[in-house]
Design a binder for this molecule. Structure first.
Ligand code: PRP
Length: 212
């Protein structure tokens, strides 16, 4: 008998696209699963159980094995550096990690950078040979240069609307972000048939270029 796959799914902007991808791959996932307050959703017909998690926590659930697999943005994977397998680029929730500032920004000595991604930002500026002080924030990062907390920010840009509405400009892009399928190392061996079958089905949908 096939084993149930425990799937850590990110609540919020990725969820709808990820569940649409699963549906396109033939898995019977109901539409409104993320609109309840329920956090553990048994999906026996799909042979799965969804664990609805904060996106930043998905790699932690997978690393500890309480979820066999998970879906998470490359931004979180780069920041969290957890010990998990990255199995598949799902090609959804495409955006980029960028350095952003006010249009009149000029380079200076030991500037301050605000971000939700302190590890990503520190590594980037170290590689650039720039000394910066990194300040961790948890959201609305664009506020920081507007009110003088930071000279620059490192943040995700998707449509660019947040930047435009706040009069900020993208100085440069650091890397492209898409959602990834990740797996726990032990689960990948113990539930290999189920995980491989899911990967194959998802890969077919990705190859077919379904617009989600
Ligand atoms: C993200 C990100 C930017 C915005 C980019 O914020 O931090 O602020 O989306 O998207 P856009 O280019 O399409 O405008 P999110 O909505 O996750 O909220 P947060 O500011 O609380 O992190």
């Amino acid at each position: 008998m096939a084993e149930v796959l425990k799937v850590a799914m990110p609540k919020g902007r990725i969820y709808k696209k990820a569940s649409a991808l699963f549906r396109a791959a033939g898995l019977p996932i109901p539409l409104d699963v993320d609109e309840t307050r329920k956090l553990v959703i048994p999906l026996p017909e799909a042979g799965m159980e969804f664990i609805l998690a904060k996106p930043v926590d998905v790699p932690t659930y997978v690393e500890y094995g309480v979820a066999d697999i998970g879906i998470v943005g490359k931004d979180v994977l780069m920041e969290e550096k957890k010990d998990v397998y990255e199995l598949l680029d799902l090609g959804i929730a495409r955006c980029r990690m960028s350095v952003i500032a006010l249009p009149d920004w000029t380079p200076g000595i030991r500037q301050r950078v605000a971000t939700k991604y302190p590890n990503v930002a520190s590594q980037y500026f170290r590689e650039q040979g720039q000394q910066v002080e990194v300040v961790k924030l948890n959201g609305s990062i664009e506020l920081a240069p507007l009110i003088g907390l930071a000279d620059r920010i490192v943040d995700m840009v998707e449509t660019g609307q947040t930047l435009r509405e706040n009069g900020l400009v993208e100085l440069n892009s650091i890397f492209e972000i898409t959602s990834r399928l990740i797996a726990n190392r032990v689960s990948y061996r113990m539930k290999n048939a189920e995980i491989q079958q899911l990967c194959d089905r998802l890969q077919q949908v990705i190859n077919a270029g379904a617009q989600l």
